[in-house]
Design a protein around this ligand. Structure first.
Ligand SMILES: [Zn+2]
Ligand SMILES: [Zn+2]
Length: 62
C-alpha cells in the first residue's frame, strides 16, 4: 500500500515507516518530513517514552 503525502499540493509518495506519523495522523514524503513542515517528535523517540504513542500505533493497525 502506498500513501501519498498529506501536504496540500504535494503528490509524492510518503516515506514508508518513518513517513507515517501516528501523532498527527499524517503521511509525509521525504521533503515534508523535515522540521519546517513537520514538528512532531520523532516517532521512534516518542515511543520509548510515551506509552500513549504505543496505543496510537495499535489503534492505527485496527
Ligand atoms: Zn506528526
Ligand atoms: Zn510532501
Amino acid at each position: 500500500m502506498i500513501w501519498l503525502c498529506d501536504i496540500q499540493n504535494c503528490n509524492k509518495a510518503s516515506v514508508r515507516i518513518s513517513g507515517e506519523c501516528v501523532l498527527c495522523n499524517r503521511h509525509l514524503c521525504a521533503n515534508h518530513l523535515g522540521p519546517n513542515y513537520h514538528t512532531c517528535p520523532q516517532w521512534e523517540a516518542k515511543a520509548r517514552y510515551d506509552p500513549a504513542a504505543r496505543k496510537g500505533e495499535q489503534d492505527e493497525i485496527v
